[in-house]
Design a protein around this ligand. Structure first.
Ligand code: NDP
Length: 448
């Protein structure tokens, strides 16, 4: 065993001992640690400064009670969190998730991924993540508002435009950001760039809503073109039907591909003629209804209960845009059998470790989330820049910057893989490049 390998395993065992039940966090750490051995070998100072153990512990985990009153007068209690994961590269930056499954393990894994992802954008942002085990589904607007106000009453003690700048994630879109922003402003008496993903009328950035989905497709197109392929005339399956999925579908169609299926947490719609995006947006964004409605209104579509990754039809490209661990090893194997040669991740950690092995063994062009979905946070950083300048950029300017950032991330990933004699191993390229950015900044700053 090399000194680097020995160091990695010793640290992993410590991390496992510290939080044996934090399955999602351990999975994210394992995936990263499995690929960075060559970078540690080349840089023994990372062992000297015990960088891995520092990286595997967030700087701070804040948890708090979120009390609120439901429409029927009952008092409800949720648990809120902010994980301020790593500030080596800048203020903590990362979304807020409202979903009943939210817990410390999930937010630590998301914060861990976020710090590496943010470093790939080349922008001065550290990593963080937050949220609550609150289920927005079926709640009235008034309930959502009261919850957001209570959540922000506590969170505002820990955030600020140069300390920690949250954004949206699952269950948190413009509406929720608006309510949280209003409460922050009331409590602090200041309009400030403390949240991103704000509605454009409240100093938000044009193209932020579209950014993660568009960025995913820009990154994937770069990867495909580098291998002599493209989205054009390809059949694509997207999971989810939320913010990331919607704008990924829009851009795939612009690039000449056809998205034949998308999903929600109950099932999926299969529409061989291509998902009708105007209808999807009407149902999901305007009416806030379930996907079953789509099949009710469109003759060419079928609704199927269960995971979209059990779909048994030929297609070429998979864009998981729903949630963590949505693709298992068996599902990945079936996809490959059905002709899938590219998987690129809009969601965070949507492929479990077995699925990733299947991609690598079968030469699937793989876009790991840390790189492929970095367009959202990159555009959030552009929103911070606009807020700091008290200015607004056009949609076209933000979109151009986003394109350039995604292109540049792919170039870095490709070159890093080559530099480490791992040409075409984009997972290694992503993990090594992002690790080096954060680790070097930490060595530079000393043990703090
Ligand atoms: P949304 O809340 O807008 O949409 C989430 C979608 O995923 C919904 O269709 C939802 O279905 C589905 N989903 C959620 N949980 C599950 C589950 N357990 N099983 C199956 N489907 C599920 O969230 P976003 O689109 O913003 O986020 C999607 C993913 O992208 C997340 O992993 C997020 O971390 C990641 N991401 C988001 C960014 C952003 O800018 N928004 C940036 C980078 C990454 P249902 O409605 O039934 O719950």
């Amino acid at each position: 065993m090399t000194a680097a390998k020995d160091y990695i395993e010793t640290v992993y065992q410590k991390v496992e001992k510290r939080g044996p039940h934090q399955a999602e966090f351990l999975q994210a750490v394992r995936e990263m640690f499995d690929t960075i051995e060559p970078a540690i070998e080349k840089n023994p100072q990372f062992i000297k400064w015990n960088i891995l153990e520092q990286l595997a512990e967030p700087e701070r985990v804040i948890s708090f009670r979120v009390p609120w009153v439901a429409d029927d007068g009952t008092v409800q209690i949720n648990k809120g969190f902010r994980v301020q994961y790593n500030s080596a590269l800048g203020p903590y930056k990362g979304g807020i998730r409202f979903h009943p499954t939210v817990n410390e393990s999930i937010l630590k894994f998301l914060g861990f991924e976020q710090m590496f992802k943010n470093s790939l954008t080349g922008l001065p942002i550290g990593g963080g993540k937050g949220g609550a085990d609150f289920d927005p589904k079926g709640k009235s607007d008034e309930e959502i508002m009261r919850f957001c106000q209570s959540f922000m009453t506590e969170l505002q003690k820990y955030i600020g435009p140069i300390q920690d700048v949250p954004a949206g994630d699952i269950g948190v879109s413009g509406r929720e950001i608006g309510y949280m922003y209003g409460q922050y402003k009331r409590l602090n008496g200041a309009h400030s760039g403390v949240l991103t993903g704000k509605p454009v009328s409240m100093n938000g950035s044009l193209a932020r809503t579209e950014a993660t989905g568009y960025g995913l497709v820009y990154y994937t197109e770069e990867m495909l073109q580098s291998n002599g392929k493209s989205f054009k005339d390809q059949k694509v399956v997207v999971s989810g039907s939320g913010n990331v999925a919607t704008y990924a579908i829009e851009k795939v169609h612009e690039f000449g591909g056809t998205v034949i299926a998308c999903s929600d947490s109950n099932g999926y719609i299969y529409d061989e003629s291509g998902i009708d995006l105007a209808l999807l947006k009407q149902i999901k964004e305007v009416e806030r209804k379930r996907l079953t409605e789509y099949a009710d209104r469109k003759d060419s579509a079928d609704y199927v209960e269960g995971s979209v990754w059990d779909i048994d039809v030929p297609f070429a490209i998979a864009l998981p845009c729903a949630t963590q661990n949505e693709i298992s090893g068996n599902q990945a194997a079936q996809m490959v059998k059905n002709g899938v040669y590219c998987v690129s991740e809009g969601a965070n950690m949507p492929s479990d470790l077995d699925a990733i092995h299947v991609y690598l063994e079968n030469g699937v062009y793989y876009g790991p989330a840390k790189a492929a979905n970095a367009g959202g946070v990159a555009t959030s950083a552009l929103e911070m820049a606009q807020n700091a300048q008290h200015g607004h950029w056009t949609f076209e300017r933000v979109d151009e910057e986003l394109k350039a950032i995604m292109k540049n991330i792919f170039k870095t990933v490709e070159e890093t893989a080559k530099e480490y004699d791992l040409e075409g191993n984009y997972l290694a390229g992503v993990n090594i490049a992002s690790f080096l950015n954060v680790a070097n900044a930490m060595v530079f700053q000393g043990v703090v």
